[in-house]
Design a protein around this ligand. Structure first.
Ligand code: FES
Length: 117
């Protein structure tokens, strides 16, 4: 609940190095992740999100930002939806796709960054 009612990573990074997006056509939820990346060691130095979606999508967005911040791109690519769900205290089965949505957005951002490297 805390990650839904008081998300620490909500917002936009105006000079983001890369932006990742994901959407779920079935529920209509949309997520944008903004990342700042240290070019020397490829570490995520800052990360924020904007989510148009349900409470679980917002909480999952905040949690993936918390998990990913400070990690290298390689480490962040390994973050799975189970990691997000477990750290939130386990999402109900109907809401697992909310955690999948946020991992897709992070992978989108990282893959875009790797393509531009
Ligand atoms: S209901 Fe679809 S992402 Fe939450």
């Amino acid at each position: 609940m805390e990650h839904f009612t008081n998300p620490k990573f909500f917002g936009k990074i105006k000079d983001a190095d890369v932006i990742g997006k994901a959407g779920n056509p079935r529920c209509g939820d949309l997520l944008t992740l903004y990342l700042k990346i240290n070019p020397k060691n490829k570490t995520i130095t800052d990360i924020k999100f904007e989510t148009l979606g349900c409470a679980s999508a917002i909480a999952s967005s905040d949690m993936i930002c918390k998990i990913a911040k400070g990690k290298t791109m390689e480490e962040a690519l390994k973050i799975g939806f189970q990691d997000v769900s477990n750290r939130l205290g386990t999402l109900p089965p109907l809401k697992i796709h909310c955690a999948q949505l946020v991992t897709e957005a992070l992978k989108d951002a990282i893959n875009k960054n790797l393509l531009n490297a």
